[in-house]
Design a protein around this ligand. Structure first.
Ligand code: HEC
Length: 127
């Protein structure tokens, strides 16, 4: 019967250790996916409004006209209406009772949605 020389066993065990430590790091990344998304202290002027400007003003600004459901998201008092009736969060989360937004574009990132939800949960401060 053939036996492996010790040198080969050392290489084999080294490879096994490298293999499993690789798996360990993969799992660790999946366990903590939100570590790079900071949802604390989200402000209207610093985050929510710039996001609206980038993704929504093209259809929902004060100058975009009445074609898009007459929905204006520019300016705090205008967006606050859709915060209070639940449509803002429903639309960006693509909840089934709402029209998915941004219309014709891809869904906002999970982190962006989480930050907007956090701002809403904090009472949608005008900050
Ligand atoms: C390409 C144009 C377009 C863009 C971009 C767009 N919307 Fe809309 N949006 C519409 C139209 C048209 C309607 C009205 C018809 C409908 O409900 O589908 C609407 C409706 C809505 C509604 C009401 C939904 C409901 O279920 O009553 C909300 C809230 C909304 N949009 C938010 C947003 C937000 C937030 C963004 C950016 C993340 C965005 N929209 C981007 C065109 C757009």
């Amino acid at each position: 019967m053939r036996t492996f020389p010790p040198k080969h066993l050392t290489i084999l065990f080294t490879l096994i250790i490298i293999f499993f430590s690789g798996c360990y790091y993969d799992v660790a990344e999946e366990l903590y996916p939100s570590s790079s998304c900071n949802t604390a202290d989200v402000s209207y002027s610093g985050f929510v409004d710039p996001t609206m400007k980038s993704f929504c003003y093209v259809c929902h600004s004060t100058t975009s006209g009445p074609a898009n459901g007459n929905i204006i998201l520019e300016g705090y008092s205008n967006i606050k209406v859709y915060v209070d009736n639940g449509k803002l969060v429903g639309a960006i989360k693509h909840d089934s009772n709402f029209s998915p937004m941004p219309q014709g574009g891809s869904k906002l990132s999970d982190c962006t949605i989480a930050k907007i939800e956090s701002w809403v949960a904090a009472g949608a401060p005008n900050n």
